[in-house]
Design a binder for this molecule. Structure first.
Ligand code: NAD
Length: 252
């Protein structure tokens, strides 16, 4: 798929990886529909895309809310007249050990912690994929869906909720690739390692150094490197049902 003038929806497009993807795809001439909860961040991201000379619009929508997703996808199709790509990038972290015993006290990951991550990182991906795929079929658009997973899909301490959701979107990449191929819709997945975004800015420098030294390439990934792979999957018409691992060799 040539990206020039194609309409790409990016959830969580207001900041971090989503914003980097938006700017990268704008540089290739794509039109962007950016979905997020944060109006100010969205406005900045839309302005950055427009500065590259492409059409871009902001949509406030909670990807975990069915009614909002149905409404927003309909609105995007009305505004642009087509949808050719979806990047399921919106995600949250609510870490905590499932069971922790400290000073004789037992504490447990709350159901709210579990559920909020499952709602946004898994149910949100399902809802957006379902609605966008239906719209692509209705409008007879060629298209591709990309799910953003994580190396944590293999399991990670303190991330029972996040690991389950990220493994879930990798599994459903295969499910949807099989289900949607007959309509000419491809589905891919990217599992990033540690990428330089605001999530990591909150970490202590010592912890960050320790983490980086365990990466064979000895550095964090750059948001543009993830964006580059998003463009690759969108552009490569023979790519479907697979996960690209971009982690500097961390899982080797
Ligand atoms: P980020 O926190 O900087 O950005 C996430 C964006 O998603 C924010 O703009 C936020 O407002 C939006 N968002 C959150 N909940 C939402 C909801 N319910 N509805 C709509 N928008 C919502 O995070 P990031 O580092 O850019 O991560 C982006 C994606 O990449 C996430 O899915 C994350 O799990 C994944 N990931 C990141 C890394 C990393 O190292 N940064 C590594 C692996 C995977």
């Amino acid at each position: 798929m040539q990206l020039q003038d194609k309409v790409i929806v990016i959830t969580g497009g207001g900041q971090g990886l989503g914003r980097a993807m938006a700017e990268y795809l704008a540089g290739k001439g794509a039109k962007l529909a950016l979905v997020d909860l944060n109006q100010e961040r969205l406005d900045e991201a839309v302005a950055a895309c427009k500065a590259a000379g492409v059409e871009a619009r902001a949509y406030i929508c909670n990807v975990a809310n069915e009614e909002q997703v149905v409404h927003t996808v309909g609105q995007i199709a009305d505004d642009f007249g087509a949808i050719n790509g979806l990047v399921n990038n919106a995600g949250i972290i609510r870490d905590g050990l499932t069971i922790k015993v400290k000073d004789g006290e037992l504490s447990k990951m709350s159901l709210a912690q579990w559920q909020s991550v499952i709602d946004v990182n898994l149910t949100g991906v399902f809802l957006c994929t379902r609605e966008v795929a239906a719209k692509m079929i209705e409008l007879k658009n060629e298209g591709a869906v990309i799910n953003i997973s994580s190396i944590s899909r293999a399991g990670n301490m303190g991330q029972a909720n996040y690991s389950a959701a990220k493994a879930g979107v990798a599994a459903d990449t295969v499910t949807w690739a099989k289900e949607l191929a007959r309509y000419g819709i491809r589905v891919g997945c990217i599992a990033p390692g540690f990428i330089e975004t605001e999530i990591l800015a909150a970490m202590k420098p010592e912890a960050l150094d320790k983490m980086t030294s365990g990466i064979p390439l000895r550095r964090l990934g750059k948001p543009q490197e993830i964006a580059h792979s998003v463009a690759y999957i969108l552009e490569n018409d023979y790519f479907t049902g697979r996960v690209l691992e971009l982690d500097g060799g961390l899982r080797l």
